[in-house]
Design a protein around this ligand. Structure first.
Ligand code: DGL
Length: 262
């Protein structure tokens, strides 16, 4: 069983790829809707949530954990690995960084993400380590997660806000844009339109699914323990009005929600 978590809907962008790439594996998803958004909270709080989410998924039988959240990926991975020794963790920051590195020609890369992700400085450090010539222009985009959770995927207000967030990045001449929050692929069309044709977008969902696939291929012991797939099992910490509707729409299959009672 593959355990996946995020603060809400965003991680479903990774689930969609996992379902395509690994149709025979059962996916257990946890969306922490009661405590979303994560991106405005301190690294310490986000780490505490990430530990609790991991415990929940492991108790439910997950054998590996996909952290489908940039905010958690940029703040809590060392703690999670230390605390849950032996559990394979997959995160979203490293694949985004690698993909951006491959795509950029001008070495001017843009990043939009939550405040906590941008302020963690993780992307700045990763790029500086491999190529000090790379310029990373980062802009926190804190209004996007609530708009997406609200289902405002293509409203004029959302389009205007996206445009505003991208202006400083475009002015600095970025040729590649990291969608540094797993919610953002849900409004990829709007972002692509506002970014313009010359800017390549980095969404790591495919790469994450690919590395989980490779890991499972190489790890036959784990493979035998996994169950045949059904529908993804989706758990949330609060039954918010839009979640089921948006999840069904996005995953293009019927989604039944289970509510965690902690
Ligand atoms: N989708 C998550 C991320 O990638 C969380 C966003 C949030 O809850 O603020 O950062």
């Amino acid at each position: 069983m593959i355990g996946v978590f995020d603060s809400g809907l965003g991680g479903l962008t990774v689930v969609k790829e996992l379902l395509q790439k690994l149709p025979n594996y059962k996916i257990l998803y946890f969306g922490d809707t009661a405590r979303t958004p994560y991106g405005t909270k301190s690294a310490e709080t986000v780490t505490r949530y990430a530990i609790e989410n991991t415990e929940f998924l492991l108790e439910k039988g997950a054998k590996l954990i996909v952290v489908a959240c940039h905010t958690v990926s940029s703040t809590a991975i060392p703690v999670l690995k230390e605390r849950f020794k032996g559990v394979p963790f997959f995160e979203v920051v490293t694949p985004s960084f690698k993909k951006a590195l491959q795509l950029t020609r001008k070495k001017i890369i843009g990043l939009i993400g939550t405040r906590t992700t941008v302020e963690s400085g993780i992307y700045q450090r990763l790029f500086a380590e491999v190529d000090p010539e790379i310029k990373l222009i980062a802009n926190p985009a804190p209004l996007l997660v609530p708009l997406i959770e609200e289902g405002w995927l293509n409203k004029p207000e959302t389009r205007k806000i996206v445009k505003k967030y991208l202006i400083p990045l475009k002015m600095r001449g970025i040729d590649t844009l990291i969608l540094g929050c797993t919610h953002y692929p849900l409004i990829k069309k709007v972002i692509a339109e506002k970014a313009g044709k010359r800017i390549k977008l980095v969404d790591p969902s495919e790469e994450v699914a690919e590395s989980v696939y490779r890991y499972l291929e190489e790890n036959s012991k784990l493979k035998e323990e996994l169950l045949p797939n059904g529908e993804p099992e989706i758990w949330v910490s609060d039954l918010t009005p839009n979640f089921e509707k948006l999840a069904t729409l996005f995953l293009k299959r019927k989604v039944t929600l289970h509510r965690v009672t902690w």
